[in-house]
Design a protein around this ligand. Sequence first.
Ligand SMILES: [Fe+2]
Ligand SMILES: [Fe+2]
Length: 180
Amino acid sequence: MTNIYRCNICGEAYVGELKPSHCPFCGAHVHWLIDAKEYVEPEAPILTEMSRKNLEFTYNLEVNAAQIYHCIRKKTKDEFILGMFKAISKVELEHAELVGKLIDKDPGCEIPFKKELCTEDRKKSLDKTKILETNAINFYKKFLHEATEPRVKNIFQALVEIEQDHLDLVNANLSTEINN
Ligand SMILES: [Fe+2]
Ligand SMILES: [Fe+2]
């Protein structure tokens, strides 16, 4: 039977027979996904100064990552790298949108192609991504610890899990790079 699920992190709806292992939009793990009939839109939290600052920083980090990944996807001639960066640039844009809602910012739905942000080199792209994802994870763990608002804590918890998936993906492909 076809069902509708909603993501408790980004709020997007998914149509399918079974819950996907990850939100197809923001990458949140399955434990954040619920039956659409049970979904309640989270109230916008009143932010502490600390959380506002951390969310603004996160917004910029996500927009930057989305743009770099989009550049890699546009320049690569490797179909696998294209698929990977097409997916993760969209996920990072979704993160910018999600975080932006709490601080009245909107990245828009188009990621600009800034050709100076990347090269065609597969190894360099993966290395750069590894640095971006590692930094993001470290910042979001710190921000999770500093947040007192339950909604903000949930967002940073989910983001740590998702960026860790991206890092695992990069590491798996960097190891095949070495073996090649
Ligand atoms: Fe989501
Ligand atoms: Fe992200």
